[in-house]
Design a protein around this ligand. Structure first.
Ligand code: UDP
Length: 329
């Protein structure tokens, strides 16, 4: 891993939750990084001080062309996207516009600049309700929400660009990103994710957390997810930069935890008796999503450093304690 050649990388969404951790890891491995972010979801303080920063909206195609010409990156890692399943069920246009159409503009600019390596943040939501778990990459992809569909459409575009333009796409289908590094953690201006919402209760910022759906066909009736640390996601991106690597890879730990188990783990880690109320299902949620990441392990030599939920939650908890209000605005 450390014998990799240093690469200059453009990271879209490098001020966001997973992007900021990836930039930290890239710089730690000696790569040169340019962060492109419009800060609509990201935070200026989440941009690593060792990275160049371009405040730019990806929909500004001329701006993107100028940015690529100015910095001359050899690879693009594309994180910038909207990623809320629930929101995509009420505002699908936001997802197809940003995650598919705007991303296509970036891809065209990338090809026009002669860059071949394009690493794309996709999602397990592209599979929909899986036929079996653990889920490997050969499963059919039938999304049940516009978020998953917007990502799947872009996956397909990448494969056409591979055939036609000789692109070297790497598609990472993340399971549930969680955890924090020393410096970078999870701060969404409107928080809808399970773990940060539970931790907010422990910080005394909310009365209790909510369980969306208790009548799923799962061992305790609540949704089961595979939580994967952002440092481990970042590590896969470093490996993706190696010449010759392309294709789609699931990134998850291979263990499923129910919503109730996540709440219990947070209670244990924080020492707080967090109140939970039971609510109806959230539209667009499949019952169970658990990865088989054998392909990433075999082909990328990827081994998660945070294989268990408790260590993932502990890292998030220590970041939230140090940044109770998140990043400053
Ligand atoms: N969830 C929940 N309460 C919350 C937030 C989420 O019960 O306050 C559930 C949600 O329905 C899903 C799981 O927790 O089954 C993970 O949701 P999250 O939004 O964290 O990630 P997603 O799976 O949507 O990417």
């Amino acid at each position: 891993m450390d014998n990799l050649l240093a690469v200059k990388v453009l990271v879209t969404g490098g001020a966001g939750y997973i992007g900021s951790a990836c930039v930290e890891e890239l710089i730690g491995h000696g790569h040169e990084v340019v962060v492109l972010d419009n800060l609509c979801e990201g935070h200026r303080d989440a941009v690593h001080p060792g990275a160049a920063f371009e405040l730019l909206d990806l929909a500004d195609r001329q701006g993107v062309d100028r940015c690529l010409a100015k910095h001359g990156p050899e690879a693009v890692i594309h994180f910038a996207a909207h990623a809320l399943v629930g929101e995509s069920m009420t505002n699908p246009s936001k997802y197809f516009t940003n995650n598919t159409a705007t991303a296509l503009g970036l891809l065209d600019a990338t090809v026009a600049a002669g860059i071949r390596k394009f690493v794309f943040s996709s999602t397990c939501a592209t599979y929909g309700v899986p036929e079996r778990v653990p889920m490997d990459e050969s499963l059919p992809q039938n999304p049940i929400n516009p978020y998953g569909e917007s990502k799947l459409m872009f996956e397909k575009i990448l494969l056409w660009y591979q055939k036609i333009h000789g692109l070297e796409p790497v598609i990472f289908r993340y399971f549930n990103a969680a955890g924090a590094t020393e410096n970078y953690g999870e701060h969404h201006r409107v928080e809808s994710h399970l773990i940060p919402n539970i931790l907010k209760c422990a910080l005394g910022q909310s009365e209790g957390c909510r369980i969306f759906g208790t009548d799923y066909d799962t061992p305790d009736g609540t949704c089961v997810r595979d939580y994967i640390h952002i440092v481990d996601l970042a590590d896969a991106h470093i490996r993706a930069l190696e010449p010759g690597i392309s294709g789609a890879f699931n990134l998850g730990n291979g263990d499923g935890y129910s919503v109730r188990q996540v709440i219990d783990t947070c209670r244990k880690v924080t020492g707080h008796n967090i109140k939970a109320t039971e609510e109806p299902r959230r539209p667009g949620d499949p019952p169970t999503l658990v990865a088989s990441a054998e392909k990433a392990r075999n082909e990328l030599g990827w081994t998660p450093r945070f294989p268990d939920l408790e260590s993932i939650v502990s890292s998030a908890w220590s970041w939230h304690q140090r940044h109770p209000l998140g990043y400053s605005e």
